[in-house]
Design a protein around this ligand. Structure first.
Ligand code: ZN
Length: 86
């Protein structure tokens, strides 16, 4: 397992349908919480964890403020684009 990686409840990417069972924090060892941003390793799109551990699409407002407006998320997306095999 990768450092900082956690097993999470099985959840499905709302964008591509990939099933996820693990998540890795960018700068924390904490398990993901409701409202945390998550990036699908398969498709590179952003979702949010829900109270019941699922993943949901961002709202338009969240997309503007919590994705485009958060340098940490933009950096993670740039990392995904650099490292994801083509
Ligand atoms: Zn996906």
């Amino acid at each position: 397992m990768i450092e900082g990686q956690h097993f999470v409840d099985r959840s499905v990417c709302p964008h591509c349908g990939t099933i996820h069972e693990k998540a890795t924090g960018m700068n924390t060892d904490q398990r993901p919480q409701a409202g945390d941003v998550t990036i699908c390793w398969e498709c590179g799109k952003v979702a949010f964890f829900t109270e019941d551990g699922r993943r949901r699409m961002p709202t338009d407002d969240e997309y503007r403020t919590k994705i485009l407006g958060d340098q940490r998320v933009l950096a993670a997306l740039a990392y995904w684009r650099r490292t994801k095999k083509r």
